[in-house]
Design a binder for this molecule. Structure first.
Ligand code: SF4
Length: 286
């Protein structure tokens, strides 16, 4: 009997990343060259494919030679928009609508006089962007121990979109426990994105049905690494691979059913190639 290959119920590109890649491809097909402010997605294959079509990854606006620049799905701060306009560059804004909402919520709360606390990593590009929209009225932290800087009287709490929703609400509970009764006015807006959690849950379901899991994606993709860690914690042998070439025949030797999943930055073609190689190594697709 052949090897059964099961795909996770949800895997690969999230809608925000898919939209960003499609917007860049459409721009390249229509107008040619574009500089993206950072990699449009943390995946070497995607970056390579887009670069062959005319996209260049830029670290910042200085030195951009292309007539157009693209903001990635993570979004950017208001000063980046202003600078693009000042330089007369054409803008391709691929900010994910869910990130855009987080920016708009943070901006509105800051304008209403709230101190905006962002549950997230201060150094992450998405968080830096959201902070910028608060115009100096925002703080980012993952730890309730850092709250001493805050004016707690009028406090609002939002989240980096990719943070776990449960962890966000635990953070909110902890903030309230520490600052009560100093808080006079509190607003909490859940700006987490359901997409990351959907991939983790689907991977856990998959782990219950298979003897080994292959997680496909770049090692520099934080969300794929976390997905692989989630799979590893189930105790099912987990192999984190960048592409089909890394698959070793001995990993499936003697197995009857294996699972495949991929992070939100992994394109479908890499998953297809892994499934196809697994088939050759002795299987049939589910
Ligand atoms: S993970 Fe969610 S917020 Fe981030 S790009 Fe994808 S859809 Fe948008």
């Amino acid at each position: 009997m052949g090897l059964k290959i099961e795909l996770a119920r949800v895997y690969g590109f999230c809608p925000g990343v898919r939209r960003a890649v499609e917007m860049i491809e459409e721009h390249l097909a229509r107008e040619g060259r574009v500089a993206t402010l950072g990699a449009i997605v943390h995946n070497a294959r995607v970056v390579e494919t887009l670069s062959q079509k005319g996209a260049v990854v830029a670290r910042g606006l200085d030195g951009v030679q292309e007539p157009a620049v693209a903001i990635t799905a993570h979004g950017a701060g208001r000063e980046v928009y202003a600078e693009i306009e000042r330089r007369g560059l054409k803008l391709v804004d691929t900010t994910c609508p869910i990130v855009k909402r987080a920016q708009e919520v943070a901006r509105a709360l800051a304008q209403d006089g709230y101190t905006v606390l962002i549950y997230g990593e201060e150094s992450h590009p998405e968080v830096r962007g959201i902070l910028s929209w608060t115009e100096g009225k925002g703080y980012a932290t993952m730890s309730p121990d850092d709250l001493f800087e805050l004016n707690p009287k009028t406090l609002a709490i939002v989240s980096q979109t990719t943070k776990d929703q449960k962890a966000f609400w635990e953070f909110v509970r902890e903030v309230i426990a520490r600052l009560h009764p100093a808080i006079k006015d509190l607003r909490v807006v859940d700006t987490t994105c359901p997409e990351t959690g959907r991939r983790y849950r689907a991977a856990l379901e998959l782990a219950e049905r298979v003897q080994a899991i292959f997680v496909v994606g770049s090692r520099n993709s934080a969300n794929t690494r976390k997905l692989a860690e989630t799979c590893e914690r189930t105790g099912v042998p987990t192999y984190f691979i960048e592409d089909a070439r890394e698959l070793r025949p001995e990993w499936v030797h003697g197995l009857s059913c294996v699972g495949v999943t991929a992070g939100a930055s992994t394109p479908d073609e890499l998953v297809r190639e892994v499934v196809s190689r697994l088939r050759k190594l002795g299987g049939e697709s589910a």
